[in-house]
Write a protein that binds this ligand. Structure first.
Ligand code: AMP
Length: 404
């Protein structure tokens, strides 16, 4: 199928062609006609499926078709998303797909001075992308009025609840116009998310693609069984491969991310961390450097990474395995996006074996173990390396493999 068979208007088709999009992804194929029809939508889809365009394209089309002079530059569509990175990327999508329409979008999020945001809001926008806290804050200060909202999008609902935004969402719902179109997206649909969706949606149609338990077919997955103390050495060993231009590395904690960055930098590998303790502009700078490939390794925690959208990211490394199996699916979903190929490598130590088993149960397949190319296999007992910078040498311990 091609985009024009979805009855998309010429100015948007033009920008999609400029973006290099040839065919709609499955979520786009299903969701765009429903949204254009004015129906509410319950979308079960994770990032990487093309879900942003699945809602941005029809929103731009509906708003540009129904514009009157008095409606211009009033907030007619509101998109709520949990993280700043996601908010920025969603707004970039609206700007890209809407560049040949007259519609204006902007993005607001916390952690930065509000001044530049309020200047744009005062000039008037048609589409507002926001994180919940800053939105409520600017509403309370009188910079934002939501009475003209026609289309409301709640993105990444499961992550919103995880991050404790439920009361903010309720406050927001209380002020949104009752007569509106609502679109609700979540990667997972546990009962509390379904309940929330029922409070927001009116007779929705449901669209489901790549449920959280399926890992992208195009992503090659491998696991290295490795002692915890040799994970740095293994990472340095893997990064000797110059074919790895950029890699996104996941750690469980912010502190862990900073530690990995330090080790890499000591070994002359450009690396930056992205996590919640970093100021917004530092996070944005790290992301820009990574996209430009001036930083080779970006080390991220899960929440910070949720919005990272880097075209053609080929490698993801799980330096630590998450105890939440779904997180694995989200992490490796950073690569192999929209059908591109990708590789996900996971470092599994003795304590993480049960997490690995949970993941394999969730995705319904065994992740192959890299044995030959692992100079630091998990063994019964291994003394901690004396000095981490020299630890890329193979440990001289002759012990039996520890099986999985
Ligand atoms: P998302 O799931 O919205 O985070 O999008 C994942 C990635 O797919 C982004 O980099 C988009 O730019 C890209 N993308 C979205 N739709 C298409 C499409 N129809 N063809 C090619 N790439 C796409």
């Amino acid at each position: 199928m091609e985009f024009h068979s979805l009855n998309i208007i010429a100015p948007i088709l033009k920008s999609l062609a400029e973006e290099g999009y040839k065919n709609p992804t499955p979520i786009q194929e299903q969701a765009i006609p429903i949204i254009l029809n004015g129906t509410d939508l319950l979308g079960c889809a994770q990032t990487g499926t093309g879900k942003t365009a699945a809602f941005a394209i029809p929103i731009l089309q509906l708003l540009s078709e129904n514009t009157t002079n008095e409606r211009r530059k009033r907030i007619r569509s509101l998109i709520i998303t949990p993280t700043r990175e996601l908010a920025i990327q969603i707004n970039e999508s609206f700007e890209a797909y809407g560049r040949h329409t007259h519609l204006i979008s902007t993005v607001i999020f916390g952690g930065v001075n509000q001044h530049s945001q309020t200047i744009i809001l005062n000039k008037g926008v048609d589409i507002l992308v926001a994180t919940p806290g800053r939105l409520l804050d600017l509403m309370n200060q009188g910079f934002i009025n939501l009475k003209d909202v026609e289309i409301f999008v709640l993105d990444e609902a499961d992550r919103m609840l995880d991050m404790g935004f439920i009361n903010d969402i309720k406050r927001l719902l209380a002020v949104l116009p009752k007569k509106r179109q609502s679109l609700f997206f979540s990667a997972t649909m546990p009962p509390e998310i379904l309940k929330l969706s029922q409070n927001i949606l009116h007779q929705p149609e449901k669209v489901e693609v790549t449920p959280a338990s399926t890992t992208a077919e195009t992503v090659q997955q491998f696991v290295y069984m490795v002692d915890k103390n040799y994970k740095n050495a293994l990472l340095l060993h893997i990064l000797k491969d110059k074919n790895i231009k950029t890699v996104l590395v996941f750690t469980r904690t912010k502190h862990g991310a900073d530690k990995v960055v330090k080790i890499l930098q000591k070994n002359n590998i450009t690396a930056e961390a992205i996590h919640g303790n970093k100021a917004q502009n530092a996070r944005q700078r790290a992301l820009t450097n990574f996209k430009a490939q001036t930083t080779r390794v970006l080390v991220a925690t899960d929440i910070a990474a949720r919005g990272i959208d880097v075209d053609s990211l080929e490698f993801v490394i799980n330096y630590e395995i998450s105890n939440v199996a779904e997180t694995y699916v989200h992490r490796i979903g950073r690569t192999g996006r929209a059908g591109a190929k990708g590789t996900a490598l996971s470092f599994c130590d003795a304590e993480e074996k049960s997490y690995l088993r949970d993941i394999e149960k969730l995705i319904g397949k065994k992740i192959p173990v890299k044995e030959e190319e692992n100079p630091f296999p998990l063994v019964e007992t291994l003394p901690p390396p004396k000095e981490i910078n020299k630890s890329t040498q193979k440990p001289q311990v002759n012990k039996k493999w520890r099986g999985r």
